[in-house]
Write a protein that binds this ligand. Structure first.
Ligand SMILES: [Zn+2]
Length: 291
């Protein structure tokens, strides 16, 4: 992706430069047994060539694993494996089907975190749901088409599962705020979302992903509900999954298809993890509670 002032601000440019220099200073040296989990959101049709380039970048440093192999990883079966990568997509947006076409060509299996309240909204009100509950601020040069604001349907999700991809829960309405949420509301968001997805897709749902910031949407009562109902918690903080591996705090590195390659390089590199030190410390404490 070339520089485009309406898509890339000065912070983005700085990250791109850091990404390029970091590449030269070893920030992309990953040890054996490392697992990098990447999370995307929308994958707009116009940025699919960039998405393809990003997959090639990942292939240089990692081998792709399937969502099913996450269980092997946390059972310690991959400690001696070369560095691995898992792709995840949040919010279950219809434009993810453009990315799936490429994934299927490249035989990569991904994990999609979906929101039942979005899927069940009538087609004409999905854009309103998206802007209210998922992303109130959008970049019009990135999200502009109908599919950028619509949900993958239950039948499209069934097809994804049949071709080897997997689905996880991303709460019922994407509005969970731990400090403002009653126990009943948290239970609805965390448990009913799983039940609704299982009823429609007829597969066990074992992966949960926090909406918004993990510490904003997850407190002690939410963590207990998650531990009682799921096997894996995917967070919104990047980092090494090989250091202190915990299925209740899977670090994920956020990347968007419209980013410049240098910024993608910076995001996956270890130098960027330091920015999240305090959140990582606090979340580790939360993830270790009630064991
Ligand atoms: Zn989300």
């Amino acid at each position: 992706m070339h520089y485009n002032p309406s898509l890339h601000n000065s912070k983005h440019i700085l990250k791109s430069i850091l990404g390029i220099t970091g590449k030269m200073t070893g920030a992309l040296h990953f040890p054996k047994g490392e697992l990098l989990v990447v999370n995307y959101h929308g994958t707009q049709r116009r940025f699919i060539p960039e998405f393809r380039e990003q997959l090639s970048l990942f292939r240089k440093y990692f081998r792709f694993i399937t969502p099913a192999q996450v269980a092997d990883y946390y059972e310690g079966k991959m400690a001696d494996s070369p560095p691995s990568i898992l792709l995840t997509f949040d919010d279950g947006i219809l434009n993810n089907l453009f990315a799936v076409e490429i994934l299927d060509q490249e035989k990569i299996k991904a994990l999609f975190f979906v929101i039942p309240g979005f899927i069940d909204s009538p087609a004409e009100s999905q854009k309103e749901f998206f802007l209210r509950n998922i992303r109130p601020t959008i970049i019009p040069e990135v999200d502009s088409e109908k599919e950028d604001f619509s949900a993958l349907s239950w039948s499209q999700l069934r097809t994804l599962i049949q071709s080897g991809h997997a689905v996880g829960a991303h709460t019922y309405t994407h509005t969970l705020c731990s400090s403002a949420s009653s126990p009943e509301n948290s239970s609805f968001e965390i448990i009913n979302s799983k039940q609704r997805i299982e009823k429609e897709l007829r597969v066990p749902i074992t992966a949960y992903c926090a909406p918004n910031d993990s510490l904003y949407s997850t407190g002690k009562k939410e963590m207990k509900l998650i531990k009682d109902n799921y096997r894996f918690f995917f967070s919104t903080y990047p980092g090494s999954n090989a250091e202190n591996p915990s299925p209740w705090f899977i670090k994920r590195c956020n990347i968007e298809t419209h980013w410049m390659q240098g910024a993608v390089t910076y995001a996956i590199g270890r130098a960027s993890y330091r920015r999240w030190k305090e959140q990582t410390r606090l979340f580790n404490k939360l993830a270790e509670s009630q064991q």
